[in-house]
Design a protein around this ligand. Structure first.
Ligand SMILES: Nc1ncnc2c1ncn2[C@@H]1O[C@H](COP(=O)(O)OP(=O)(O)O)[C@@H](O)[C@H]1O
Ligand SMILES: O=P(O)(O)OC[C@H](O)CO
Length: 498
């Protein structure tokens, strides 16, 4: 068994990745494929569910072929995914009835306002740990049922399936024989009671969602079933599922209460393990399910930033100031500082701790001397400032100061971004050797379920530091920058009018 490999499928917001890990938790092969981002209207973001699937299965087939192994040599598959993104498909034909509505999509913002006015904020927070925001799946699912012709009748008749991306992938991997999700993904739908870990009748009624459309909720690490034989010429156990941010927390081995990680992907997501207790934030953070293993549930506090690495992508694809994402670092390094420019990348509203559905991106402080290099630097700083605001909220909740932060995700590869982050915090940033901690977390969850690894203690030692970043900037300079940043945030807030 230990000579075999674990296959992790990491279905992210901008690309699908498949990674083979060995028993030491080392990457053996990676394959990655970006896919189309669809922006039908301002503030709307969609993906094609069939492209999510085709990109994911093609990279999985590719790593297996490149490594020259057969399905027999894969001990298990672990799945991790962009969360909240909502897919509805026909139970009989497996055809999606609408595009996937992506977590960043703001089309249901007004409906959320109505629910707030009706006084549902507290009940929703108590049951789901979430704030009332268009980010989560429930209002997206309702939108599809209300807006796609015939959808509601079909849903009532049990003819439709709703899933987050994990559910969709398992459905496709098993040729429609398994309709499941895990507790971590379910906790992001706004339909799960995070204490009972069951779909909540009161919430289903509020959002007018028929129960028949929902998948069965499972643990994050267990043998759910096997892949259809047609895919890898043999049946491979599917044994781990977790939302990507919870998987990254696990992959970073933040398995003890108080441990924190931040992932710099499309968005930035800071999670703190709070152990078996669902801790409620008084500073606008989310309470979420981390994972459930061997019947034991671990909870987390989360701060979500909607636009992290996506700001760099906008600089590349929208503003066309850089040719590649890593190119931002070279450009930003050509200037000593931001030259007074501040970029609040609130292109899809502001997440924690502001929760402003109507905020939009602003670039402030432009002068005749401003260049693309200053804007590049302001972009990296804009990412780091948002994470700073979340850490402050988390410190206020925890009642103590942080002393270090474990980081991962695509944009954590930027030394400059990590240095800026450490400067702002005034404490150490630790980057592990593998930045693919999301996929690694899913691999660990799957490997634990099939006995590939014996226990969490067995894998703890596999977490190795690559580089540490220490603060270098003077405190007065940091305070100055933070003052301007918060001034810029005020300009971004409530930008869109009714
Ligand atoms: N060397 C780099 N420097 C800065 N940003 C980078 C670098 N490489 C990738 N990125 C950014 O990382 C993000 C991709 O990270 P990833 O973890 O793959 O995201 P996701 O899982 O959300 O698709 C992109 O937004 C990209 O702009
Ligand atoms: O695809 P990522 O890594 O940006 O993660 C997306 C999050 O899961 C959204 O909540």
């Amino acid at each position: 068994m230990k000579n075999k490999l674990i296959l992790a499928l990491d279905q992210g917001t901008t690309s699908s990745r498949a990674i083979l890990f060995n028993h030491n938790g080392e990457i053996v092969k990676v394959s990655q494929k970006p896919f189309e981002q669809i922006f039908p209207k301002p503030g709307w973001v969609e993906h094609c569910p069939n492209e999510i699937w085709s990109s994911q299965i093609s990279v999985a087939a590719e790593v297996v072929a490149q490594e020259g192994i057969s399905g027999e040599e894969i001990a298990a598959i672990g799945i991790t995914n962009q969360r909240e993104t909502t897919i509805v498909w026909d139970r009989e034909t497996s055809e999606p009835i609408y595009n996937a509505i992506v977590w960043q999509d703001r089309r249901t913002a007004k409906y959320c306002d109505e629910l707030k006015e009706e006084g549902h904020i507290d009940m929703i927070k108590k049951k789901t740990g979430l704030v009332l925001d268009a980010y989560f799946s429930a209002t997206k699912l309702k939108w599809i049922l209300d807006n796609v012709e015939g959808a509601r009748e079909k849903a009532e008749a049990g003819k439709l399936c709703f899933g987050t991306v994990d559910t969709w992938l398992v459905w496709k991997l098993t040729r429609g024989s398994m309709f499941i999700t895990d507790v971590s993904n379910a906790s992001r739908t706004m339909l799960l009671n995070i204490h009972t870990l069951e779909w909540d009748e009161e919430l289903l009624k509020l959002f007018n969602i028929p129960k028949a459309i929902l998948p069965e909720v499972k643990q994050s690490s267990e043998v759910y079933g096997t892949t259809a034989t047609t895919l890898f010429s043999t049946k491979i156990p599917i044994a781990g599922i977790a939302g990507d941010q919870q998987a990254a927390l696990f992959g970073q081995m933040c398995t003890k209460p108080g441990m924190v990680k931040n992932t710099y992907g499309t968005g930035c997501f800071l999670l703190m393990n709070t152990g078996e207790k669902a801790v409620y934030s008084t500073n606008n953070l989310l309470t979420t399910v981390g994972w459930k293993i061997n019947g034991k549930t671990t909870y987390a506090l989360e701060g979500s930033v909607f636009v992290g690495g996506a700001a760099i992508q906008w600089l590349r694809d929208g503003a066309k100031m850089v040719k590649t994402a890593p190119g931002i670092n070279h450009l930003a390094e050509t200037v000593e500082d931001n030259g007074g420019v501040y970029f609040v990348p609130a292109m899809t509203g502001l997440g924690a701790p502001y929760w402003d559905q109507y905020a939009r991106g602003v670039i402030m402080g432009i002068t005749r001397g401003t260049t693309d290099a200053h804007i590049s630097r302001a972009t990296l700083e804009g990412i780091a400032f948002q994470v700073y605001d979340i850490v402050k909220a988390m410190e206020a909740d925890a009642g103590e100061k942080s002393i270090e932060l474990r980081v991962d995700g695509g944009a954590a590869a930027s030394n400059l971004l990590m240095q800026i982050q450490s400067d702002l915090f005034g404490f150490k940033i630790i980057r592990p050797k593998t930045l693919e901690t999301t996929a690694l977390g899913a691999a660990y969850l799957a490997g634990l379920a099939v006995g590939y690894w014996d226990s969490v203690d067995d894998i703890q030692a596999q977490w190795i530091v690559d580089k540490e970043f220490f603060p270098k900037m003077k405190e007065e300079k940091v305070a100055d920058m933070l003052r301007y940043w918060h001034k810029a945030v005020k300009c971004a807030q409530n930008w869109i009018e009714d």
